[in-house]
Every structure is written in structure tokens, then in C-alpha cells.
Ligand binder design. Sequence first.
Ligand code: AMP
Length: 216
Amino acid sequence: MNILIFLGPAGSGKGTQAQYLKEQFQFAHLSTGDLLRAEVASNSALGQKVKSVIQSGDLVSDDIIIEIIKDRVSSLIKNGDFNGIVFDGFPRTLQQAKSFDHMLTSLNLQLNKAIYFDLTLDESIRRISGRQIDSRNNHVYHKISNPAPADVQPHLVSRNDDEPEKVKHRYMVYQNETEPLISHYDSKLVRIDCMKSIDHIHHTFDDLVQSFQVSA
Ligand code: AMP
């Protein structure tokens, strides 16, 4: 089982590339942001607890996140028919990373690569200000650089934590809490230059997945 984690600020293309791995290589896509938003949308007890934290751009507590991940990973492994799991937006703190290391060891799994999506604050704001999401399946579009087809347009929504001030705050949280993971994953790290085209980055993933299959 291949395990990838995606580290990177808002707008760096983590969701787009995770979707690519899902469609091309049958990876499961596990986005903690999507899971949390689904809890908020269903107004569950957990959703009510985390709603204001998500809206503020701060991080949900490590305990909650680790519990969600444990739940999801065990049900994925039980039911799964896929080549690997992409963890999109998890781990985001050193505490989460350490718990995740233990979890993988206890499941007899190994991290293949930690993918570091490198993007500046200005570019993060520029991209997020045009971001639109298909509410049915969380596909991500951009008003200018990746417009949604006409039949998808009626289903597009924007996230309320995507306002420029909140994106700035999320970027700062990312720098403080998540960037330290770059050295934690040093030997497994692959840096992606997010200024390259989406297709170029797809090819990087083609090569990467190919190298897993060859060494498997
Ligand atoms: P995302 O969709 O990855 O941008 O996540 C949206 C929001 O969900 C974040 O700003 C956090 O409030 C929360 N969140 C998502 N993943 C995590 C995580 N691993 N740890 C803590 N909070 C998270």
C-alpha cells in the first residue's frame, strides 16, 4: 500500500493533484478539510464543535484530527480496493506527524513520500481569490486559470474561509505549524514548484508513482 502525504498552503494544488492520483492511479483521497466541512454541513456534534475554528482559519485540535484519521484509515483499509492513500492536508502539526508515524508503524505501513507544495503568500492569495468548488464532489476550479464547464457552473460554491484576510491568516498558521514538518520528513521529502503548470506537476506524479510500482 502506497502512502503519500501532501504538505502545502491553501491554493498550492494539493486537492487537484490528489484528484489526479485518484483518477489515474486509483489512490484513495483523504482530505481532513473535506471531512471536517462535511461534518459542518451535516450539523453533527463534531461539526458544531469545529465550525467556528474552520471559519477563523485556525487549526482544529490535534486530538480531534487524529481521531478522525484513525477512523477513516481503518475503514479504508477494511473496505479498500485502491493502490494507496493520499493524505491531503494531514498532518499539519508536529504532534499530528508523530501520532501518524506511530499509526503507520502499528498498521505495518510505510510512508512513501511527503510532498511539499511550495507556494508564496502572494500566489496563495491570488489563486484562492478565484477558487470555486463543485459542491457535489469537491472538484476545484479557478475562475480564470481553470474555469468550470457550463454544466458544472450552477453547482459552484466558494468557501467562507477563502476571503483574502483569512487566507493570509491560514498562510501564517501554515508557516508556524506545518512548515516545521519539512525537516521532520527530510529523507522522504519531494518538493513541488507550484509555479509549474498543472500538467507538468501531473507528470511529476506519473514518474513518482511509476517508481513505487517498479520498486514494489
Ligand atoms: P483545508 O481544506 O485543508 O484548507 O482545511 C480547511 C480547514 O480545516 C483548516 O483551515 C483547518 O481549520 C481545518 N483542518 C483541516 N485539516 C486539518 C488538520 N490536519 N489539522 C487541523 N485542522 C485542520
